[in-house]
Design a protein around this ligand. Structure first.
Ligand code: DGL
Length: 265
């Protein structure tokens, strides 16, 4: 079983990519909908929540834990890794940073994320660790989270908000050639973001890059499921009906409310 956790429904973009990469695996996904959002909370609080989510998932026989939430990956990865040291723990920041470094020619990389992810500096550090001369500009884009949850992923409102965050970034920061979508919700707004930045900018979707990274890690460790039909089990800490309704768009398949098990942390 592969455990995946997020602050809510956003991480279903990561789960969707994981299922596409690893169709024979069994996944258990926990969305901490009772305490969403993580992106505006202090690092200390997010670490506490992430450890509680980890405890709940540790009850399953996990072979790997994926932190789908960028904010939790940014601040809680070491603490979660210590708590569950017997299995690999993979966050979304390192794979996203690696893909951004590979994609960028100019070395000027932009990251849009939540306030907490930007403040923690994890993307900036992960990129500079791989490419010390890189210039990284990270900005919070919180309205994009709300738009994705409202289902306003395309059209004039989504594009106007994408322009609101991205125009100043690209106007002032010169030679940016790569943009990292450093939040679970942003792949949902891919078209609006593409319309705002134009065709010349490379866009790194950290959900996809993480899924590829997880597949490589499982194969290297010799623990990838060889064949068979995989499955997904969904857990939420509040409002399973809302999780099912909104989550269906993120997972790109219908979710029956009965599929979502309510749990307390
Ligand atoms: N899952 C969060 C992230 O990727 C976005 C939503 C939230 O703020 O909780 O950072």
């Amino acid at each position: 079983m592969i455990g995946v956790f997020d602050s809510g429904v956003g991480g279903l973009t990561v789960l969707r990519s994981l299922v596409a990469e690893l169709p024979a695996e069994q996944f258990v996904y926990l969305g901490d909908t009772a305490r969403l959002p993580y992106g505006t909370k202090s690092a200390q609080t997010v670490v506490r929540y992430a450890l509680q989510a980890t405890e709940a998932l540790a009850a399953f026989r996990l072979k790997c834990l994926v932190i789908a939430c960028n904010t939790a990956s940014a601040v809680a990865l070491p603490a979660v890794g210590e708590r569950i040291a017997s299995v690999p723990v993979i966050g979304v920041i390192e794979p996203g940073a690696e893909a951004a470094c590979a994609a960028s020619s100019s070395g000027h990389i932009a990251v849009i994320a939540t306030e907490g992810t930007v403040r923690g500096g994890a993307y900036q550090q992960a990129i500079r660790r791989r490419r010390p001369a890189a210039q990284v500009t990270a900005v919070p884009a919180p309205l994009l989270v709300a738009l994705a949850e409202e289902g306003l992923c395309e059209g004039p409102i989504a594009e106007a908000v994408a322009h609101h965050y991205l125009d100043p970034l690209f106007a002032t920061a010169g030679r940016i050639d790569t943009l990292v979508l450093g939040c679970t919700h942003f792949p949902m707004l891919g078209r609006a973001i593409r319309a705002a930045v134009g065709s010349g900018i490379g866009i790194v979707d950290s959900a996809q890059t993480t899924a590829r990274h997880v597949r490589r890690a499982l194969v290297q460790a010799g623990i990838a499921a060889a064949a068979g039909e995989g499955g997904v089990r969904l857990l939420a800490t509040d409002a399973p009906q809302r999780f099912a309704r909104i989550g269906a768009r993120f997972l790109q398949r219908p979710i029956a409310p009965e599929e979502v098990q309510l749990i307390d942390l």
